[in-house]
Design a protein around this ligand. Structure first.
Ligand code: ADP
Ligand code: F6P
Length: 324
C-alpha cells in the first residue's frame, strides 16, 4: 500500500476557516518533500466533479500561511452526497492519477471522504471548521482565530454598551455548536451566554438577570447569543420592553470566518497537514487527524463520526458563576 501512493490531491470543503491555507501549504510541501506529486482540487467536491484540478508546486503555496480563506476555494456540493456523484468523483481521481486525497473540512466533508475511501481512493481528513464541533479532536483549524476575532469585537461593543448603560446582545457564529459563544462568554466576562446545546428559551430568566445586575450597579449587560438560537434583534426588542433598559443587538457574522490566522491556527494546521501526508504514506486511509492533550493523532472516520461532543457542564457553570 505504502508504495502505491505517487500522487495526492488536496481540497477544502464546507465553510472556510482561517488556517486552511496553512494546512494546504503543509500538505503540498510535505508531499513534495516526500517525493510525491500534488494536485490541487478547486472548490471542494464540486471542483472534483467539474475536474477543476491543477498541479501544485512548492512555490504555489508561497506567501499564503498568513492569509485567511482558502486559495483552493470551497463549496457545498449536493451531487457528491449521491452514490452516482461519489463514483464519478472516484473515477475522476483515477483519470488524473490521484491515489489519495487530503480533505480539509468538517463532519460533512468526512462523509464524502469516507465514500471515496470505500471506492478505493485513500483519504485523510483534516478538521477545518471555526465551530470546534468535531468530536474526535480537541482542536479544529480556525477556531482559535474566530474566537479571538469575536472576543475583540465584543470588547469594543462592551465599551460603548457601558458608556450608554445599555444591554447588548451579541450574536456569534455556531449554528449547531456553542463553543465560540461559550469561550467568548468566559473571555469577555459576559453576563449571559446562550448556547444551542443548553438554552431553554426562557427569556424571563435573562430579564431577571438584567434587572438584578442593574440593581447591583452594573452599567452594562452583555449577552452572547449563538447563531443557532438567533433572533437577536427581536430578543433585544422584547428585553427592552420588559426591562425598560435600552437593548441593542449586534450580529458579528462572517467577520469571524475571515482574517489572518493566529499562531496557534498556523502551527497546528501546519503540523496536522504534514501528518496527514505522512500517515497516508504509511498506508492509512479513511482516517481523520485530530489532537488530544495537544498531541496530533488520527481516528477511523466511521468512529470519529459516531463520537459525540457536548458542552462541558463545569465550564458552562463557571461561565455563569463568574458573571455574578
Ligand atoms: P462541513 O464539512 O463543514 O461539515 P458540510 O456539511 O456542508 O460542511 O459538507 C461539505 C460537503 O461535504 C457537502 O457539500 C458535500 O459535498 C459533502 N458531504 C456532506 N455530507 C455528505 C455525505 N453524507 N456523503 C457524501 N458527501 C457529503
Ligand atoms: O461551520 C462554520 C459556520 O460558520 C457555522 O457556524 C455556520 O452555521 C455556518 O458555517 C454557516 O455557513 P454558510 O453561511 O457559509 O452556509
Amino acid at each position: 500500500m505504502a508504495n502505491k501512493i505517487k500522487t495526492i490531491g488536496v481540497l477544502t470543503s464546507g465553510g472556510d476557516a482561517p488556517g486552511m491555507n496553512a494546512a494546504i501549504r503543509a500538505v503540498v510541501r510535505t508531499a513534495i518533500a516526500r517525493g510525491l506529486k500534488v494536485k490541487g482540487i478547486k472548490k471542494g467536491y464540486q471542483g472534483l466533479l467539474n475536474e477543476e484540478i491543477a498541479d501544485m508546486e512548492a512555490k504555489d503555496v508561497s506567501d499564503i500561511i498568513q492569509r485567511g480563506g482558502t486559495i483552493l476555494g470551497t463549496a457545498r456540493c449536493l451531487e457528491f452526497k449521491t452514490p452516482e456523484g461519489q463514483s464519478k468523483g472516484a473515477d475522476i481521481c483515477r483519470k488524473y492519477g490521484i491515489d489519495g486525497i487530503v480533505v480539509i473540512g468538517g463532519d460533512g466533508s468526512y462523509r464524502g471522504a469516507q465514500a471515496l475511501s470505500r471506492l478505493g481512493i485513500n483519504t485523510i481528513g483534516l478538521p477545518g471548521t471555526i465551530d470546534l464541533d468535531i468530536a474526535c479532536t480537541e482542536y479544529t483549524i480556525g477556531f482559535d482565530t474566530a474566537v479571538n476575532t469575536a472576543m475583540q469585537a465584543i470588547d469594543k461593543v462592551k465599551d460603548t454598551s457601558s458608556s450608554h448603560e445599555r444591554c447588548s446582545i451579541i450574536e456569534v457564529m455556531g449554528r449547531n455548536a456553542g463553543y465560540i459563544a461559550l469561550w467568548c462568554g468566559i473571555a469577555n466576562g459576559a453576563e449571559d451566554v446562550l448556547l444551542p446545546e443548553k438554552f431553554d428559551f426562557n427569556e424571563q430568566s435573562i430579564i431577571n438577570n438584567i434587572i438584578n445586575s442593574r440593581k447591583k450597579g452594573k452599567t452594562h449587560h452583555i449577552i452572547i447569543n449563538a447563531e443557532g438560537i438567533g433572533h437577536s434583534t427581536s430578543m433585544a426588542r422584547r428585553i427592552e420592553a420588559a426591562t425598560g433598559i435600552e437593548t441593542r443587538a449586534t450580529i458579528l457574522g462572517y467577520m469571524q470566518r475571515g482574517g489572518s490566522p493566529t499562531a496557534k491556527d498556523r502551527y497546528y494546521a501546519s503540523i496536522m497537514g504534514a501528518y496527514a501526508v505522512d500517515i497516508m504514506l504509511q498506508g492509512k486511509t479513511n482516517r481523520v487527524v485530530g489532537t488530544r492533550h495537544g498531541e496530533v493523532n488520527d481516528f477511523d472516520i466511521e468512529s470519529a463520526l459516531n463520537m459525540e461532543k457536548g458542552i462541558n457542564d463545569y465550564e458552562y457553570e463557571i461561565s455563569r458563576l463568574l458573571a455574578i
